[in-house]
Design a protein around this ligand. Sequence first.
Ligand code: ADP
Ligand code: ZN
Ligand code: ZN
Length: 705
Amino acid sequence: MIYIDVLVEYDVLKLNRPFTYACRQPVEPGCRVRVLFRNREVIGYVTAVHEQTHLQKVSEVLEVVDPKPLLNEELSELSEWMSHTYVCPRISCLKTMLPPALKPEKTHSKVIMEDWAELGDPVELTEKQRAYRDAFEYPLPAREFRRQSAGLARTLIKKGAVRLFKKEKESKPVMPVGTDTNFTLTEEQKAAVQTISEGSDSLYLLHGVTGSGKTEVFLQLAQKTLDAGRQVLFLVPEIGLTPLMIERVTARFGANIAIYHSRLTAQEKYRQYRAVQEGKTAIVVGTRSAVFMPFSKLGLILMDEEHDGSYKQDNLPRYQTRDIVRWRAAYHTCKAVFASATPALESYSRALNQTYHLVELKHRIYQNLPEIRLLDMRREPRQDALAKTLIDAIRQRLADHEQTILLLNRRGYLPIVRCAECGTVLTCPDCGIALTYHKREDVLKCHSCGRIFAFDHICPTCGSTHFFQASLGTEKLEEQVRQLFPTASILRMDADSTRKKHAHEKILSEFQAHGDILLGTQMVAKGLDFERVTLVGILQADASLARMDYRSAETAYEMLEQAAGRSGRGTRAGIVMIQTFDPDHYVMQAVVKHDYQQFFRKEMKYRRLGVYPPFVFLCSVLFSAGNAQKALQAASDAKAFCAGFDVIGPTEISMRQRRPRFRIVIKSSSKQKLVKMVQELADRHQRLFSTVSISINMDPYMLEE
Ligand code: ADP
Ligand code: ZN
Ligand code: ZN
């Protein structure tokens, strides 16, 4: 009998410690077992094996699920590091790292097996039987072996001439295959490839304007890594994994690549995962979760659009992919390249203080950056949601057989309050952050400091009583655009129109083939590379400017610059029209000049004043309970416990599942100290407030809820 330490599958900090079970079979750390826990059958993950135990009574394992450990030493260590750094249950990290079929969880999906046929013993056969046997190349799926004659197949199997065995069902996502174009690199691209491949630094920030040919730099770096016999991880944001991107990579590297993203079936994910584990794959292209692929000889990590919000997971474990990239690059002593036209402020600061080696691509491959025109919506004549100027420009594109992209910022739905006459947004006098309208109570709330204001429906600037209703959605916009341009081919891309599998690909290829206008949410802002797009129109651009959150201006700048970057990427010049109520805003002014540095400097001033990242690290901690009093008490206690730290709140935020929630935000200039504080806070919370649930978010991407 051996004794094993087991983490059970529940994702709560309270249970983030091993429980001991007895086991009659040999089992290694890293395998799953089925056990009884508090009278329920659950899956557990073995963390250690002992010969003895000092415990009096231990229950026995019901079943050993895996013959071999699921994770290698590196990934096992990584899961511990994540659990520590993000103050989250280690089991939640393991679940996130493994594909669905290998998850330590009762509801994990099963690996699908199928029958295969292989040659058996040399036995006496009739001529007909021998002919049938020799007609195939073995092994092959039993299904195919039986297809010609089920009867003969049965006889051959019965005689033992052909044997059946079980094999994991192959399942590979369909990959579009493109044709490769081998460009001669521009001088800038060449210099970038050289600096990165020959440099002695390990972390690089590739700051390249949109359309500067970053992908080609990636592909060349990847090639060098493959030539050296090592593997490549190529990360893209959720929305960036377009068929176009996959085409470009498969065209260059052929069958050697795996793609990995959330839309694969469980079996596809499993097979891709195994292929990497078995060393059959040299390149993985994938979204956030691909960062956990079991590489053994990782030689390079590329992270495209490194600023993108989808790299931060917002449920447990709330990790930031950039952290995992740095960790793995250090483990494998390989290089990592973070790339963007609009780097996260954290990343650009790291480049300025030389944590990252900064590499720049300042020029577009073909045209100059597109001209940006700000349409001042306080003055522009308009028809429905569109300014006349924009309508005319679209009409011109239709006449010239060029394409238009219209972006309607979905954040326009946020209940901020804007005067319809003068454009004033109501803000908190203390925080300068836009107030949120709460319809039911008819009040305005500041989501930063929690103050509540009465709403008298009168504009403090001009006295108007008309307020802007930000109620235009993509569907309504589509309707209006169809009425304006009845003969145009119009496609819509948003969460609704892309719900079905491959819908995203279909819309894009239709637009590529014969579309005139593509309209949609942020989805249309990123990563698209269509050379006939010469006009991008951005509606409700200000909705994201209103400072609802410390990161609002940054995400607004990114969105505008990225969307603008879709225009004029080919040989024809492009233009971008931005409908705004606030053309003088520093974000707009920086976008007009495509001047990231100008934006960076301005925004850093606000961050310094407000004491926000990258000047400090944040941790947001939510407390929720059946009644508000209890949750508030736990939050207030936590704040008091964090003596010596700058703490915002407790702030009441919107309820979830009818449970009131309070938030505190802890700030510190030392990440280490912050992590230690939060760990102590979590321990104390378990002891004193076990009926209040706690949710910890280290480095929250945004604070607004
Ligand atoms: P980014 O990722 O920087 O926005 P891309 O990598 O998509 O830019 O490149 C923009 C366009 O330029 C693409 O259509 C790409 O095929 C093309 N391109 C890239 N490098 C070269 C080159 N050296 N010569 C010609 N065309 C290039
Ligand atoms: Zn405030
Ligand atoms: Zn006003």
